[in-house]
Design a protein around this ligand. Structure first.
Ligand SMILES: Nc1ncnc2c1ncn2[C@@H]1O[C@H](COP(=O)(O)OP(=O)(O)OP(=O)(O)O)[C@@H](O)[C@H]1O
Ligand SMILES: [Mg+2]
Length: 352
């Protein structure tokens, strides 16, 4: 029987998830649900954002972009201890409400934690997600669906290792690329708020050579945001800047502002700090075979980081949004762990 495995990567910026068929990405924010007098899809046909709404213990939450647009009070947590205890559960259950159609089948989860919190929180997170979750999913029309989801097993991985697992394992969860099982690979995962560094040594996580810094892409985006405030007086939320930076321009009250110069300068500066940290944290690891750059911020910064890195980089496959490589790896790791228990080569990773 096919296992019901879901990989979930809860980042400060975005929650990413997959059940092996579809991907779900939404902003890691949630807020109090409000009653719509006029449902927004009255006028809004272009928007195909997911309606993610759940009720837990009598409280109703909008999750992701929906809360950004509709909730009056929103949680946008940057504090990791709080993030694990309160936010992760809501974000994870909202994710399950999207994927689980038939709650009579048990689910198995692979989730990632940032390197800096892995050791401290992995048990807490696993415990919180394990077991039966009774809650209500509410759709865009206000219809309610009671769910009673049984999570039978949870594995927690250090976040950036998802990208290594993605390259090491096939879509069936079997090892396909021996290089990733035998080599020493450094991973730089540039997220929204943090950058994680870690080493996968023969497919095992090495705590030495691991580091979390606050140099996520938001550092560069805040600079760009400040500049925008100076020039046109608006306070733009930094997580809205991705498209603008990508396009090199932003329209404010009808007027276009060129962002190319400031973006390039801010991104280069951040990339350089990230590369310097990598060179430093791996200064004794001269035997690293290659380095991978991943995470949504990696998509923007990889070319600049590479220039300044000591070592060879493995280009990330361009077949998928950079934000999703970790979570695709989690899913494959779930397949590897639960569908072929007789194989033991990689279990070291599972038990760290
Ligand atoms: N298609 C996209 N839409 C929006 N942002 C994108 C996209 N592709 C890349 N990005 C970049 O990805 C960043 C978020 O990356 P990612 O999802 O890896 O971060 P995170 O895991 O949520 O953060 P952290 O690792 O700090 O917890 C955004 O800030 C943006 O710069
Ligand atoms: Mg991340």
């Amino acid at each position: 029987m096919a296992e019901n495995i879901i990989g979930i990567d809860i980042g400060f910026g975005f929650t990413k998830a997959t059940d092996g068929r579809d991907f779900l990405v939404f902003k890691s924010i949630y807020g109090e649900a409000v009653d719509f007098q006029f449902r927004e899809n009255l006028l809004d046909t272009s928007r195909n954002d997911e309606h993610l709404q759940i009720e837990i213990d009598g409280a109703s939450y909008f999750v992701g972009e929906l809360s950004e647009r509709q909730s009056t009070s929103r949680s946008f947590t940057l504090d990791q201890s709080q993030f694990v205890s309160s936010s992760s559960k809501i974000l994870a259950l909202a994710t399950l409400s999207h994927f689980v159609r038939d709650d009579s089948q048990p689910i198995k989860l692979v989730v990632g934690l940032p390197i800096g919190h892995y050791r401290q929180y992995k048990e807490e997170l696993a415990q919180m997600l394990n077991g039966t979750h009774a809650f209500v999913a509410v759709d865009g029309e206000g219809n309610k669906r009671s769910l009673n989801i049984h999570v039978a097993d949870v594995r927690v991985l250090p976040q950036p290792l998802g990208t290594v697992m993605d390259r090491l394992l096939s879509s069936l969860g079997t090892p396909k690329n021996q290089r990733f099982a035998t080599d020493k690979i450094g991973v730089i995962d540039v997220g929204f708020r943090t950058t994680d560094y870690t080493i996968s040594d023969k497919g095992r996580y090495s705590e030495r050579g691991s580091l979390t810094t606050k140099n996520g892409i938001s550092v560069a985006f805040s600079k760009i945001g400040h500049k925008l405030k100076e020039t046109c007086g608006i306070d733009i939320e930094i997580y809205r800047l991705f498209t603008a930076v990508d396009q090199g321009t932003i329209k404010v009250r009808g007027k276009a502002y060129d962002l190319k110069k400031i973006s390039e300068a801010s991104l280069k500066q951040l990339a350089s700090v990230i590369a310097i940290d990598a060179n430093q944290v791996w200064s004794d690891d001269w035997d690293i075979d290659a380095i991978m750059i991943t995470g949504g911020g990696g998509a923007v910064l990889a070319p600049y980081i590479q220039e300044q890195l000591q070592g060879i980089t493995i280009p990330i496959k361009e077949d998928l949004d950079y934000r999703l490589h970790n979570v695709r790896g989690y899913y494959k790791f779930g397949l590897y762990t639960w569908t072929k228990p007789e194989k033991a080569t990689l279990t070291a990773v599972a038990s760290v």
